[in-house]
Design a protein around this ligand. Structure first.
Ligand SMILES: [Zn+2]
Length: 311
């Protein structure tokens, strides 16, 4: 379950004023045609922004609302500038599943009816009716599932093709190249790990990289109460923390993942226990690291998993 986000009532009022001010200053209010002929796309995080750029190339102008490592998507608070960006967008790409509801709130208050692609709906495990809402027991971090991102890229190509039919073939080819790059660079590493380390155990402080580790055949043995407490920003109950530390110290856990962007007392204790037990620790972020593409990032994460279990 994600941490809840609250938008203060004052924000809504402030953004209305900002928009009114903007309309008066002569900026385009019509979202149907960007001045330079490119398609304006808004993505909730730079992970999705990167995939849109890969598919859309020179035909898109992408804004990722969360692009800085200092921002935790679960705790993001939208700004008045975000509201304006959203008002002019022609396509939205979000994670969905309760991960980035701030974008849906922005879209609603902007009254923008442009299409919204919600990545969670491309996951086999998704059972929700409303793509924006969290589903109990569903891990919403689907961007760590490269096969799901390949399907999202296809949908991005199809939606961009509606907006710019002349470039539709290019979008389709770019999405295929993206999927091919995953198959060429990421999948073989995951398959190699699965071939000789299937069923080996991992622990995560938050369920961020779970889909990738499971695609490598590894098994998540984290007590549910542990990751739920951390992701909701609550203290881990002492008995649960003890259980986790025992697990890590037992020698059965082959790799520990911590969230690269959120640290807490429990995370530090888990890292210390892993170090004492000689268990490799991998830092997994919710955002695309600077200088990476989605494929290079997943290649690096898969390689770190391989190195950890084969050390
Ligand atoms: Zn998260």
């Amino acid at each position: 379950m994600p941490r809840k986000m609250i938008i203060p009532a004052a924000f809504a009022a402030a953004s209305v004023l900002a928009l009114a001010g903007c309309a008066g200053s002569g900026e385009p209010a019509d979202s149907s045609a960007a001045a330079d002929g490119t398609i304006d796309v808004v993505a909730s995080t730079n992970v999705y922004g990167d995939i849109v750029e890969t598919v859309g190339g020179e035909h898109v102008e992408v804004t990722s609302l969360i692009a800085s490592f200092s921002q935790d998507p679960h705790e993001y608070e939208a700004s008045a500038a975000d509201q304006l960006t959203v008002k002019n967008a022609q396509l939205f790409v979000e994670n969905g599943g309760g991960y980035d509801p701030f974008l849906d709130t922005l879209i609603d208050s902007a009254g923008n009816s442009a299409p919204v692609i919600s990545a969670v709906t491309f996951s086999d495990g998704w059972t929700g009716d409303d793509p924006t809402e969290a589903v109990e027991g569903f891990n919403e971090h689907v961007f760590y599932a490269p096969s799901v991102m390949a399907a999202v890229a296809d949908e991005i190509a199809s939606q961009l093709g509606e907006l710019d039919p002349d470039a539709a073939d290019e979008f389709t080819a770019n999405a295929k190249a993206f999927a091919d790059a995953i198959d060429a660079d990421v999948t073989p590493i995951l398959d190699e790990v699965a071939a000789s380390h299937s069923g080996e155990e991992f622990f995560v402080t938050e369920p961020v990289p779970v889909y990738l580790a499971e695609a490598a055949g590894l098994e998540n043995v984290t007590p549910d109460e542990f990751s739920e407490a951390v992701e909701e920003g609550n203290d881990v109950p002492p008995a649960t923390l003890l259980e986790a530390l025992d697990l890590i110290g037992s020698g059965d856990v082959k790799v520990v993942f911590v969230n690269a962007q959120a640290a807490g007392a429990e995370t530090t204790e888990v890292e210390d226990e892993a170090k004492d037990a000689g268990v490799p620790v991998i830092k997994a972020s919710e955002l695309l690291p600077d200088g990476d593409t989605y494929v290079s990032w997943m290649t690096d994460m898969a390689t770190q998993i391989k190195d950890a279990v084969t050390q």
